[in-house]
Design a protein around this ligand. Structure first.
Ligand SMILES: *[C@@H]1O[C@H](CO)[C@@H](O)[C@H](O)[C@H]1NC(C)=O
Ligand SMILES: *[C@@H]1O[C@H](CO)[C@@H](O)[C@H](O)[C@H]1NC(C)=O
Ligand SMILES: *[C@@H]1O[C@H](CO)[C@@H](O)[C@H](O)[C@H]1NC(C)=O
Length: 461
């Protein structure tokens, strides 16, 4: 369990506060390190109940109505019919993958590529002209939005389908990461997958926002998934969460305290930015998500001030160290208060329980103990005045920042040749009386992860 690295390290730290002064001159701060040792497996019963299963807030997956891709006379050749059939089956298979708890990134990628390589046959210009693909607007697609319950948005546009489906793929990656981080003992390779999956998700959201969504004829309405503010929030949140893994890793490898402070500060800034991008949306559907982003911001500010305080102490600036740790205490209290508010705010998504995690609780203890130590030392040795102002955190983390993994659409399926494209005849379908496919309903997605969890009632020793 990656976050146990954290807890382990902190316990170790508490017993040997001087350990940080033993500087290790390591260059590799990005995750995964090359010196990894396997996750500690000795966890108490209590710890097992408190693994990081509820560390990340997750909004629900998007739901969609089934699509038959049945255009009767329009598909005027066996090859054209096959494309339509394959679109239907590959789409259905991809939708199944979203709720299949055995699905891994390789399966997800295969299922996504299978569908998107065909769907692009309805988007790309296949007849060598610059005109729109004639099939682009043939089908109405319905998708719910993550913040708007079961009310679907609908557009008769294959690009809307492409963007909505890819959006769900990105959401799936964030959920996969969250599930993996919540496992009992996360291996080195799995921790790497958590980090990678979050960066892949960020890359998909980013690609959609920059490349595909701008091509929509009808821009998304306020607060809908394909709207820039919402997309930005997802991009930044995914990056920030990937960085959380990097921080856990940096601590586990006992990296330089000033580097950990810098990474924590950058991560807090990411959360703040994500929160701010949502501040013009209706609180009714955005405030729960925003509380999560705010509590994470305060939590990582507390981390940043705590580790910055250690750096200050190590360079004999005891008064400033005390002030930094006092600031850490304030941020930590704010994070605690926000955790409560978050839990009591209704809104879409799973309710994370960060304040119950060892990872969260141990930081409180670390701040308290470090502050007490600084105050003792100041009373005996330094006699520094504690400044009124909190120290400035102008720490630019120059490495370890999580960049989105670039996302590219798969190549167009070999089935979609200009010759086959020519056999689609839009004039045919309309003449057929029974040619109007019936409108399908959107059923909510049954997500295995989204059951509300009961408290474990576990008491920490
Ligand atoms: C994914 O596709 C590749 C290439 O077609 C194949 O070799 C691999 O077995 C597939 N993996 C899964 C998990 O389906
Ligand atoms: C955790 O690791 C231990 C020791 O390697 C192993 O016996 C146990 O099955 C693992 N638990 C899970 C859930 O994988
Ligand atoms: C810790 O990192 C900071 C910033 O990168 C650097 O200035 C400092 O020299 C490092 N300290 C040690 C002991 O490596």
């Amino acid at each position: 369990m990656i976050f146990f690295f954290f807890a382990d390290f902190i316990s170790l730290f508490l017993s040997n506060i001087g350990a940080l002064k033993k500087k290790k001159n390591l260059k590799c701060y990005d995750f995964p390190g090359t010196r990894g040792r396997p996750a500690k497996t000795k966890v108490t019963r209590c710890d097992q109940n408190r693994r990081m299963a509820h560390w990340f807030h997750r909004n629900p997956l998007k739901a969609t109505a089934p699509v038959s891709f049945n255009y009767y006379g329009v598909a005027g050749s066996p090859a054209a019919n096959k494309i339509c059939n394959d679109l239907r089956t590959t789409r259905a298979r991809l939708l199944d993958m979203f709720t299949d708890s055995t699905c891994n990134p390789e399966m997800m990628k295969n299922a996504t590529d299978a569908y998107f390589s065909l769907l692009q046959g309805f988007i790309a210009a296949l007849d060598g002209t610059t005109q729109e693909n004639k099939m682009r607007f043939i089908q109405n697609f319905k998708w719910t939005d993550t913040l708007h319950g079961n009310t679907p948005s609908a557009q008769q546009d294959a690009i809307f389908e492409l963007a909505s489906m890819a959006f769900n793929v990105a959401l799936w990656y964030t959920k996969f990461a969250s599930r993996l981080a919540g496992k009992e003992n996360v291996t080195e390779a799995e921790a790497k997958d958590v980090h990678k999956s979050l960066k892949v998700a960020a890359g998909i959201f980013k690609n959609l926002k920059e490349v595909h969504v701008p091509r929509l004829i009808t821009p998304a309405e306020k607060g809908k998934d394909l709207e820039p503010r919402v997309m930005d929030a997802y991009i930044i949140q995914s990056q920030a969460e990937a960085q959380e893994v990097t921080i856990a890793r940096a601590i586990e490898l006992k990296h330089n305290a000033s580097l950990i402070a810098a990474l924590a500060f950058e991560t807090a800034n990411f959360y703040q930015k994500a929160d701010h991008t949502l501040n013009t949306l209706d609180p009714e559907y955005s405030s729960k998500w925003r509380k999560y982003l705010q509590l994470k911001q305060q939590f990582y500010m507390a981390y940043a001030y705590c580790y910055h305080g250690q750096t200050l102490l190590a360079s004999d600036k005891c008064g400033e160290a005390i002030r930094s740790l006092q600031e850490a205490e304030k941020c930590y209290s704010r994070a605690e208060a926000l955790c409560k508010e978050y839990r009591h705010t209704s809104g879409p998504g799973s309710t994370a329980k960060p304040s119950e995690q060892l990872f969260f609780l141990k930081l409180g203890a670390l701040i308290k103990n470090t502050l007490e130590k600084c105050q003792r030392e100041n009373g005996f040795i330094y006699f520094h005045k504690v400044p009124a102002e909190a120290p400035q955190l102008e720490l630019k983390a120059s490495y370890g920042l999580a960049e989105p993994v670039g996302f590219e659409m798969p190549p167009l399926s070999e089935q979609c040749t200009p010759e086959v494209y020519a056999t689609f005849d839009l004039t045919k379908g309309a003449k057929n009386d029974k040619g109007k496919p019936k409108e399908e309903e959107v059923k909510p997605v049954k997500e295995p992860d989204l059951k509300p969890q009961k408290d474990t009632g576990c008491v920490l020793s």
